[in-house]
Design a protein. Structure first.
Length: 286
């Protein structure tokens, strides 16, 4: 596998040799100083050019300058293109290096996401403004308002009714979708709120909570890990029980910290409903 320096040299050499490419920007995890480095990180690169026509849907240009990828995706020519005129090549090469190369033709707007200027041929007078030193502040946890806290709690408990009905109907794909997309989203938000109360809100737990293990106690993280079930319905019911108990623990702690009211009646109501549904199903289907 090529080193980071070798890949960066290639990216910049291509840009320097092409006068139409006016600037190069690095974003993503490699631009974020808070993210631990490893060999699996993508190179999220943007080339800025006034006319991207020569680079638009042109895999031959990619192969000429970067080599032939093992596999490549071009989102703008797939079924759900963005349609805003830019073009992106997502590429994995023979040595395992992944480069996500975007071509843009409009001036970059700094939204606070970590970004590093690698090359600017126009010295701040073209596509790129002067950018501050990158930080992960863009991704920091935000403390909840009373409304957001209540909404998180209510939606967590409410969506469990769909999980239970899906089990009763033997609709495993629906069950897994509701449990892992709808209910788990609220659990993740509550975990973030809880972590913020313990460690402060000037931190990020990463995309989809990938750093939860770093900030939760071993006991809480073990309980969280146990919320991921197998395909057996008895395992799913067990995971639901653990998820409910964990959410209660976290939500009560967050409420105590902020002086919010935790509506235990909503939890009690859904737990009663879950028991009703479970008792109506033959144990053979658990």
């Amino acid at each position: 596998m090529r080193t980071e320096q070798e890949v960066m040299d290639l990216i910049l050499d291509v840009a320097r040799a092409d006068d139409r490419i006016r600037a190069v920007l690095l974003v993503g995890s490699r631009a974020n100083p808070a993210v631990p480095k490893d060999i699996y990180q993508d190179y999220d690169i943007t080339y800025f050019a006034e006319d991207i026509t020569p680079y638009y849907n042109n895999p031959a240009w990619i192969e000429e300058h970067f080599g032939k990828p093992l596999i490549m995706q071009m989102p703008e020519v797939m079924r759900d293109p963005d349609g805003d005129g830019h073009f992106t090549y997502l590429m994995i090469f023979n040595d395992g290096i992944r480069i996500d190369l975007s071509f843009e033709f409009t001036r970059y707007i700094d939204d606070g996401e970590p970004a590093v200027v690698l090359l600017d041929k126009d010295n701040g007078k073209g596509f790129l403004p002067v950018l501050p030193a990158p930080s992960d502040k863009f991704w920091h946890i935000e403390p909840p308002s009373p409304l957001y806290y209540y909404s998180c709690c209510n939606n967590f408990w409410w969506c469990l009714n769909n999980v239970a009905k899906g089990i009763a109907r033997d609709e495993l794909p629906y069950v897994m979708h509701m449990l892992n997309n709808e209910v788990r989203t609220e659990l993740h938000d509550m975990i973030n709120y809880y972590i913020g109360t313990r460690h402060g809100f000037n931190l990020s737990t990463g995309k989809n909570g990938k750093y939860f293990k770093k900030y939760l106690s071993p006991e809480l993280y073990e309980r969280y890990a146990a919320t991921y079930p197998g395909s057996n319905y008895s395992d799913i019911w067990a995971a639901i029980d653990i998820m409910c108990d964990l959410f209660h623990t976290l939500a009560v702690a967050v409420a105590d910290h902020f002086g919010f009211t935790y509506r235990i009646d909503e939890e009690a109501g859904m737990r009663k409903y879950l028991r009703m549904v479970r008792s109506s199903i033959s144990p053979d289907t658990w």
